[in-house]
Write a protein that binds this ligand. Sequence first.
Ligand code: PLP
Length: 398
Amino acid sequence: MATLARRILDVKPSATLAVDAKAKAMQAEGQDVVGFGAGEPDFNTPQHIVSAGVAAMTTGDTRYGAKRGAELKKAICEKLERDNGLAYAPGQVVVSNGAKQSIYNIIQVLVDEGDEVIIPMPYWVSYLEMVRLAGGKPVILQTSEATGFKITPEQLEKAITPKTKLFMHNSPSNPTGAVYSPDEVKAVAAVVEKHGVTTISDEIYEHLIYGDMSHQSMAACAPKLHKDLVITVNGCSKTYAMTGWRIGYAAGPKDIMDAVSKFQSHATSDPAAFSQAGAAEALTNLRMSDEAVMHMREEFDARRLHMVKRLNALNGVTCLEPKGAFYCFPNVSGTFGRTIAGKKIGSAMEFTALCLEDAKVALVPGEAFGSGQHVRLSYASSMEKIDKGLDRIEKLLK
Ligand SMILES: Cc1ncc(COP(=O)(O)O)c(C=O)c1O
Protein backbone atom coordinates (compact mmCIF):
# COMPACT_ATOMS: atom_id res chain seq x y z
CA MET A 1 0.00 0.00 0.00
CA ALA A 2 1.23 3.49 -0.81
CA THR A 3 2.48 5.61 2.06
CA LEU A 4 0.69 8.90 2.35
CA ALA A 5 2.56 12.15 1.95
CA ARG A 6 3.67 13.82 5.16
CA ARG A 7 1.64 16.92 4.43
CA ILE A 8 -1.68 15.11 4.78
CA LEU A 9 -0.87 13.00 7.82
CA ASP A 10 -1.23 15.79 10.38
CA VAL A 11 -4.37 17.28 8.87
CA LYS A 12 -7.61 16.74 10.74
CA PRO A 13 -10.83 16.11 8.81
CA SER A 14 -13.37 18.93 8.92
CA ALA A 15 -15.22 18.48 12.23
CA THR A 16 -18.28 20.32 11.00
CA LEU A 17 -18.67 18.03 8.01
CA ALA A 18 -17.99 15.03 10.27
CA VAL A 19 -20.77 15.97 12.70
CA ASP A 20 -23.17 16.56 9.86
CA ALA A 21 -22.25 13.20 8.31
CA LYS A 22 -22.73 11.38 11.63
CA ALA A 23 -26.13 13.00 12.22
CA LYS A 24 -27.20 12.14 8.66
CA ALA A 25 -26.01 8.52 9.11
CA MET A 26 -28.07 8.22 12.32
CA GLN A 27 -31.06 9.72 10.49
CA ALA A 28 -30.58 7.21 7.67
CA GLU A 29 -30.78 4.43 10.26
CA GLY A 30 -34.18 5.78 11.22
CA GLN A 31 -33.09 7.71 14.32
CA ASP A 32 -34.83 11.02 14.94
CA VAL A 33 -31.78 13.28 15.13
CA VAL A 34 -32.09 17.07 15.26
CA GLY A 35 -29.06 18.49 13.45
CA PHE A 36 -27.60 21.84 14.42
CA GLY A 37 -24.29 21.08 12.75
CA ALA A 38 -24.86 22.37 9.24
CA GLY A 39 -22.99 25.41 8.02
CA GLU A 40 -25.43 26.22 5.27
CA PRO A 41 -28.74 28.04 4.87
CA ASP A 42 -31.76 25.73 5.01
CA PHE A 43 -33.45 27.79 2.28
CA ASN A 44 -33.50 26.74 -1.35
CA THR A 45 -31.54 28.80 -3.85
CA PRO A 46 -33.90 31.58 -5.07
CA GLN A 47 -35.79 30.49 -8.16
CA HIS A 48 -34.50 33.15 -10.55
CA ILE A 49 -30.95 31.95 -9.86
CA VAL A 50 -31.89 28.30 -10.37
CA SER A 51 -33.58 29.20 -13.66
CA ALA A 52 -30.43 30.97 -14.86
CA GLY A 53 -28.35 27.87 -14.08
CA VAL A 54 -30.80 25.60 -15.89
CA ALA A 55 -30.97 27.95 -18.87
CA ALA A 56 -27.19 27.92 -19.08
CA MET A 57 -27.15 24.13 -19.27
CA THR A 58 -29.95 23.83 -21.79
CA THR A 59 -28.38 26.43 -24.06
CA GLY A 60 -25.05 24.62 -24.15
CA ASP A 61 -23.07 26.55 -21.55
CA THR A 62 -21.43 23.29 -20.56
CA ARG A 63 -17.85 23.75 -21.69
CA TYR A 64 -14.64 25.25 -20.37
CA GLY A 65 -14.86 29.01 -20.18
CA ALA A 66 -18.33 29.91 -18.95
CA LYS A 67 -20.29 32.08 -21.36
CA ARG A 68 -21.20 34.37 -18.48
CA GLY A 69 -17.74 34.24 -16.89
CA ALA A 70 -16.75 37.75 -17.97
CA GLU A 71 -20.15 39.07 -16.92
CA LEU A 72 -19.73 37.44 -13.52
CA LYS A 73 -16.35 39.08 -12.94
CA LYS A 74 -17.77 42.44 -13.97
CA ALA A 75 -20.73 41.90 -11.62
CA ILE A 76 -18.32 41.04 -8.77
CA CYS A 77 -16.40 44.28 -9.41
CA GLU A 78 -19.66 46.22 -9.35
CA LYS A 79 -20.70 44.49 -6.12
CA LEU A 80 -17.40 45.29 -4.44
CA GLU A 81 -17.71 48.93 -5.49
CA ARG A 82 -21.38 49.21 -4.50
CA ASP A 83 -21.37 47.34 -1.18
CA ASN A 84 -17.80 47.75 -0.02
CA GLY A 85 -16.46 50.93 -1.62
CA LEU A 86 -13.70 48.94 -3.35
CA ALA A 87 -12.68 49.54 -6.95
CA TYR A 88 -11.13 46.53 -8.69
CA ALA A 89 -10.54 45.65 -12.33
CA PRO A 90 -11.88 42.23 -13.47
CA GLY A 91 -8.23 41.09 -13.80
CA GLN A 92 -7.88 41.43 -10.02
CA VAL A 93 -10.72 38.98 -9.37
CA VAL A 94 -10.48 35.18 -9.35
CA VAL A 95 -13.66 33.11 -9.18
CA SER A 96 -13.21 29.75 -7.47
CA ASN A 97 -15.09 26.63 -6.38
CA GLY A 98 -16.39 28.24 -3.21
CA ALA A 99 -14.75 30.75 -0.90
CA LYS A 100 -13.02 27.75 0.63
CA GLN A 101 -10.98 27.30 -2.53
CA SER A 102 -10.35 31.05 -2.75
CA ILE A 103 -8.77 30.99 0.72
CA TYR A 104 -6.89 27.77 0.06
CA ASN A 105 -5.44 29.22 -3.16
CA ILE A 106 -4.28 32.41 -1.47
CA ILE A 107 -2.60 30.53 1.37
CA GLN A 108 -0.89 28.23 -1.14
CA VAL A 109 0.55 31.08 -3.17
CA LEU A 110 1.69 33.12 -0.16
CA VAL A 111 2.76 30.82 2.65
CA ASP A 112 6.15 29.10 2.63
CA GLU A 113 7.47 26.47 5.03
CA GLY A 114 7.81 28.01 8.50
CA ASP A 115 5.92 31.23 7.72
CA GLU A 116 3.66 32.43 10.52
CA VAL A 117 -0.03 33.04 9.94
CA ILE A 118 -1.95 34.91 12.62
CA ILE A 119 -5.41 33.49 13.26
CA PRO A 120 -7.85 34.79 15.89
CA MET A 121 -9.49 32.04 17.94
CA PRO A 122 -12.27 30.81 17.71
CA TYR A 123 -11.54 30.30 14.03
CA TRP A 124 -13.28 28.68 11.09
CA VAL A 125 -12.11 25.05 11.07
CA SER A 126 -10.36 25.11 7.72
CA TYR A 127 -8.01 28.09 8.29
CA LEU A 128 -5.71 26.12 10.54
CA GLU A 129 -5.49 23.05 8.36
CA MET A 130 -5.00 25.09 5.20
CA VAL A 131 -2.07 26.87 6.80
CA ARG A 132 -0.59 23.55 7.92
CA LEU A 133 -1.05 22.09 4.44
CA ALA A 134 1.12 24.93 3.12
CA GLY A 135 3.79 24.20 5.77
CA GLY A 136 2.94 27.39 7.65
CA LYS A 137 2.77 27.88 11.39
CA PRO A 138 -0.57 29.05 12.80
CA VAL A 139 -0.18 31.71 15.51
CA ILE A 140 -3.38 31.76 17.51
CA LEU A 141 -4.79 34.88 19.17
CA GLN A 142 -7.05 33.99 22.09
CA THR A 143 -10.36 35.77 22.52
CA SER A 144 -13.28 35.18 24.85
CA GLU A 145 -16.75 36.44 25.72
CA ALA A 146 -15.06 39.32 27.57
CA THR A 147 -13.99 40.90 24.27
CA GLY A 148 -17.04 39.69 22.34
CA PHE A 149 -14.78 37.07 20.73
CA LYS A 150 -12.85 39.85 18.97
CA ILE A 151 -9.13 40.55 19.06
CA THR A 152 -7.72 43.90 20.12
CA PRO A 153 -5.29 45.85 17.92
CA GLU A 154 -2.69 45.49 20.70
CA GLN A 155 -3.02 41.72 20.60
CA LEU A 156 -2.39 41.68 16.86
CA GLU A 157 0.56 44.03 17.14
CA LYS A 158 2.19 41.85 19.80
CA ALA A 159 1.84 38.74 17.65
CA ILE A 160 3.57 40.21 14.59
CA THR A 161 7.14 38.98 14.08
CA PRO A 162 9.58 39.08 11.15
CA LYS A 163 8.17 35.67 10.18
CA THR A 164 4.57 36.87 9.94
CA LYS A 165 3.29 36.26 6.43
CA LEU A 166 -0.43 36.54 6.72
CA PHE A 167 -3.25 37.57 9.03
CA MET A 168 -6.73 36.02 8.82
CA HIS A 169 -9.62 38.37 9.50
CA ASN A 170 -13.18 37.05 9.51
CA SER A 171 -16.19 39.23 10.22
CA PRO A 172 -18.98 38.22 10.66
CA SER A 173 -17.36 35.22 12.24
CA ASN A 174 -17.97 31.55 11.95
CA PRO A 175 -18.30 30.12 14.62
CA THR A 176 -19.01 32.96 17.08
CA GLY A 177 -21.25 35.28 15.06
CA ALA A 178 -19.08 38.18 16.25
CA VAL A 179 -19.11 41.27 14.03
CA TYR A 180 -16.36 43.89 14.24
CA SER A 181 -17.82 47.40 14.17
CA PRO A 182 -16.43 49.73 11.49
CA ASP A 183 -14.28 51.42 14.16
CA GLU A 184 -12.98 48.09 15.38
CA VAL A 185 -12.08 47.02 11.83
CA LYS A 186 -10.31 50.34 11.30
CA ALA A 187 -8.32 49.93 14.52
CA VAL A 188 -7.15 46.44 13.51
CA ALA A 189 -6.51 47.68 9.95
CA ALA A 190 -4.24 50.41 11.28
CA VAL A 191 -1.95 47.75 12.76
CA VAL A 192 -2.06 45.77 9.49
CA GLU A 193 -1.06 48.91 7.59
CA LYS A 194 1.64 49.97 10.05
CA HIS A 195 3.39 46.60 9.83
CA GLY A 196 2.56 45.86 6.18
CA VAL A 197 0.96 42.49 6.96
CA THR A 198 -0.80 40.81 4.06
CA THR A 199 -4.34 40.00 5.18
CA ILE A 200 -7.19 37.81 4.02
CA SER A 201 -10.51 39.43 4.89
CA ASP A 202 -13.10 36.65 4.79
CA GLU A 203 -16.42 38.45 4.34
CA ILE A 204 -18.56 35.49 3.31
CA TYR A 205 -21.28 36.32 5.90
CA GLU A 206 -21.32 40.02 5.01
CA HIS A 207 -25.05 40.13 4.28
CA LEU A 208 -26.05 38.20 7.38
CA ILE A 209 -25.71 40.94 9.99
CA TYR A 210 -28.48 41.78 12.44
CA GLY A 211 -29.68 44.65 14.58
CA ASP A 212 -27.82 47.92 14.23
CA MET A 213 -24.44 46.42 13.30
CA SER A 214 -22.93 47.19 9.90
CA HIS A 215 -20.20 45.67 7.78
CA GLN A 216 -16.84 47.28 7.08
CA SER A 217 -14.44 45.79 4.55
CA MET A 218 -10.87 45.77 5.80
CA ALA A 219 -9.52 46.72 2.34
CA ALA A 220 -11.61 49.89 2.36
CA CYS A 221 -9.98 51.24 5.54
CA ALA A 222 -6.97 52.81 3.79
CA PRO A 223 -5.66 53.12 0.20
CA LYS A 224 -2.51 51.10 1.01
CA LEU A 225 -4.62 48.24 2.34
CA HIS A 226 -6.70 48.22 -0.83
CA LYS A 227 -3.73 48.51 -3.17
CA ASP A 228 -1.11 46.27 -1.56
CA LEU A 229 -2.18 44.35 1.49
CA VAL A 230 -5.73 43.02 1.75
CA ILE A 231 -7.33 40.27 -0.28
CA THR A 232 -11.09 40.33 0.10
CA VAL A 233 -12.84 36.96 -0.03
CA ASN A 234 -16.56 36.56 -0.52
CA GLY A 235 -18.96 34.28 -2.35
CA CYS A 236 -22.51 33.24 -3.12
CA SER A 237 -22.84 30.27 -0.75
CA LYS A 238 -24.25 31.92 2.35
CA THR A 239 -25.83 35.09 0.94
CA TYR A 240 -27.87 33.39 -1.78
CA ALA A 241 -28.24 29.90 -0.28
CA MET A 242 -25.96 28.53 -3.01
CA THR A 243 -23.63 26.29 -1.02
CA GLY A 244 -23.81 23.44 -3.54
CA TRP A 245 -23.15 25.66 -6.54
CA ARG A 246 -19.58 26.24 -5.33
CA ILE A 247 -18.94 29.85 -6.24
CA GLY A 248 -16.54 31.98 -4.21
CA TYR A 249 -14.24 34.78 -5.24
CA ALA A 250 -11.27 36.81 -4.15
CA ALA A 251 -10.14 40.29 -5.16
CA GLY A 252 -6.84 41.87 -4.30
CA PRO A 253 -3.44 43.12 -5.45
CA LYS A 254 -2.82 42.11 -9.07
CA ASP A 255 0.42 40.18 -8.46
CA ILE A 256 -1.19 38.00 -5.80
CA MET A 257 -4.31 37.42 -7.89
CA ASP A 258 -2.22 36.49 -10.94
CA ALA A 259 -0.48 33.88 -8.82
CA VAL A 260 -3.84 32.60 -7.55
CA SER A 261 -5.11 32.36 -11.11
CA LYS A 262 -2.02 30.40 -12.19
CA PHE A 263 -2.32 28.08 -9.18
CA GLN A 264 -5.99 27.39 -9.81
CA SER A 265 -5.40 26.80 -13.54
CA HIS A 266 -3.39 23.70 -12.61
CA ALA A 267 -5.67 22.55 -9.80
CA THR A 268 -9.29 22.82 -10.89
CA SER A 269 -9.62 25.43 -13.66
CA ASP A 270 -12.72 27.59 -13.36
CA PRO A 271 -15.89 26.57 -11.53
CA ALA A 272 -18.77 24.92 -13.43
CA ALA A 273 -20.06 27.09 -16.28
CA PHE A 274 -23.71 26.87 -15.19
CA SER A 275 -22.77 27.74 -11.59
CA GLN A 276 -21.11 30.87 -12.91
CA ALA A 277 -24.28 31.68 -14.83
CA GLY A 278 -26.31 31.31 -11.61
CA ALA A 279 -23.87 33.52 -9.72
CA ALA A 280 -23.98 36.16 -12.47
CA GLU A 281 -27.76 36.18 -12.16
CA ALA A 282 -27.55 36.46 -8.34
CA LEU A 283 -25.23 39.44 -8.58
CA THR A 284 -26.95 41.28 -11.44
CA ASN A 285 -30.67 40.75 -10.85
CA LEU A 286 -30.52 42.90 -7.75
CA ARG A 287 -34.23 43.45 -7.35
CA MET A 288 -35.00 39.74 -7.01
CA SER A 289 -31.80 38.80 -5.18
CA ASP A 290 -32.11 41.57 -2.59
CA GLU A 291 -35.67 40.58 -1.84
CA ALA A 292 -34.65 36.94 -1.31
CA VAL A 293 -31.72 37.93 0.90
CA MET A 294 -33.91 40.23 2.99
CA HIS A 295 -36.41 37.45 3.55
CA MET A 296 -33.69 35.00 4.65
CA ARG A 297 -32.07 37.57 6.93
CA GLU A 298 -35.37 38.32 8.66
CA GLU A 299 -35.95 34.63 9.27
CA PHE A 300 -32.43 34.10 10.58
CA ASP A 301 -32.77 37.09 12.86
CA ALA A 302 -35.94 35.77 14.52
CA ARG A 303 -34.36 32.34 14.99
CA ARG A 304 -31.15 33.86 16.34
CA LEU A 305 -32.97 35.75 19.10
CA HIS A 306 -35.08 32.74 19.96
CA MET A 307 -32.14 30.34 20.09
CA VAL A 308 -29.93 32.58 22.19
CA LYS A 309 -32.74 33.13 24.69
CA ARG A 310 -33.36 29.42 25.01
CA LEU A 311 -29.65 28.62 25.33
CA ASN A 312 -29.23 31.11 28.16
CA ALA A 313 -32.08 29.42 30.01
CA LEU A 314 -30.25 26.08 30.02
CA ASN A 315 -28.66 24.83 33.21
CA GLY A 316 -24.88 25.43 32.99
CA VAL A 317 -24.96 27.22 29.61
CA THR A 318 -24.34 30.89 28.77
CA CYS A 319 -24.43 32.41 25.32
CA LEU A 320 -23.33 35.77 24.01
CA GLU A 321 -25.78 37.20 21.49
CA PRO A 322 -24.34 36.60 18.01
CA LYS A 323 -24.54 39.65 15.72
CA GLY A 324 -23.99 37.97 12.37
CA ALA A 325 -23.77 34.71 10.36
CA PHE A 326 -26.14 31.94 11.54
CA TYR A 327 -24.48 30.36 14.55
CA CYS A 328 -24.74 30.50 18.32
CA PHE A 329 -21.56 29.68 20.22
CA PRO A 330 -22.59 28.99 23.82
CA ASN A 331 -20.18 28.34 26.65
CA VAL A 332 -21.02 24.97 28.20
CA SER A 333 -18.25 24.89 30.80
CA GLY A 334 -20.89 25.35 33.54
CA THR A 335 -21.81 21.71 32.95
CA PHE A 336 -18.23 20.45 33.41
CA GLY A 337 -17.79 18.19 36.42
CA ARG A 338 -21.42 17.12 36.34
CA THR A 339 -22.47 13.54 35.63
CA ILE A 340 -25.38 13.47 33.20
CA ALA A 341 -27.06 10.28 32.02
CA GLY A 342 -24.22 8.38 33.68
CA LYS A 343 -21.52 10.31 31.82
CA LYS A 344 -19.08 12.73 33.42
CA ILE A 345 -18.78 15.91 31.37
CA GLY A 346 -15.35 17.54 31.18
CA SER A 347 -15.09 19.08 27.71
CA ALA A 348 -17.11 20.47 24.84
CA MET A 349 -16.38 17.27 22.93
CA GLU A 350 -17.91 15.20 25.74
CA PHE A 351 -20.87 17.56 25.92
CA THR A 352 -21.60 17.14 22.21
CA ALA A 353 -21.19 13.35 22.45
CA LEU A 354 -23.73 13.33 25.30
CA CYS A 355 -26.18 15.46 23.31
CA LEU A 356 -25.90 13.24 20.25
CA GLU A 357 -26.13 9.92 22.08
CA ASP A 358 -28.66 10.74 24.79
CA ALA A 359 -30.72 13.57 23.30
CA LYS A 360 -30.21 12.86 19.59
CA VAL A 361 -29.15 16.44 18.95
CA ALA A 362 -26.10 17.13 16.79
CA LEU A 363 -23.85 20.06 17.78
CA VAL A 364 -20.29 20.85 16.75
CA PRO A 365 -17.70 20.71 19.56
CA GLY A 366 -15.81 23.96 20.09
CA GLU A 367 -12.49 22.08 19.93
CA ALA A 368 -12.90 22.22 16.14
CA PHE A 369 -12.66 26.01 16.39
CA GLY A 370 -9.99 26.10 19.08
CA SER A 371 -12.18 26.20 22.23
CA GLY A 372 -12.79 23.34 24.63
CA GLN A 373 -15.51 25.31 26.45
CA HIS A 374 -17.97 26.05 23.68
CA VAL A 375 -20.19 24.30 21.20
CA ARG A 376 -21.60 25.60 17.94
CA LEU A 377 -25.25 25.42 16.95
CA SER A 378 -26.44 26.55 13.55
CA TYR A 379 -29.82 28.28 13.45
CA ALA A 380 -30.12 27.63 9.75
CA SER A 381 -32.93 25.37 10.81
CA SER A 382 -36.70 25.86 11.28
CA MET A 383 -38.10 27.30 14.52
CA GLU A 384 -39.82 24.00 15.08
CA LYS A 385 -36.52 22.11 14.88
CA ILE A 386 -34.80 24.67 17.10
CA ASP A 387 -37.44 24.12 19.77
CA LYS A 388 -37.42 20.37 19.38
CA GLY A 389 -33.63 20.19 19.77
CA LEU A 390 -33.46 22.62 22.66
CA ASP A 391 -36.35 20.93 24.48
CA ARG A 392 -34.30 17.74 24.38
CA ILE A 393 -31.11 19.38 25.64
CA GLU A 394 -33.06 21.19 28.36
CA LYS A 395 -34.49 17.89 29.57
CA LEU A 396 -31.05 16.30 29.53
CA LEU A 397 -29.44 19.08 31.59
CA LYS A 398 -32.20 19.44 34.17
C1 PLP B 1 -15.93 31.68 7.56
C2 PLP B 1 -16.11 30.90 6.32
N1 PLP B 1 -15.34 31.17 5.26
C3 PLP B 1 -15.46 30.50 4.11
C4 PLP B 1 -16.39 29.48 3.97
C5 PLP B 1 -16.45 28.75 2.66
O1 PLP B 1 -17.61 28.94 1.95
P1 PLP B 1 -17.87 28.25 0.53
O2 PLP B 1 -19.06 27.38 0.70
O3 PLP B 1 -18.14 29.39 -0.41
O4 PLP B 1 -16.65 27.49 0.15
C6 PLP B 1 -17.21 29.15 5.04
C7 PLP B 1 -18.17 28.04 4.94
O5 PLP B 1 -18.62 27.46 5.88
C8 PLP B 1 -17.08 29.89 6.24
O6 PLP B 1 -17.86 29.63 7.29
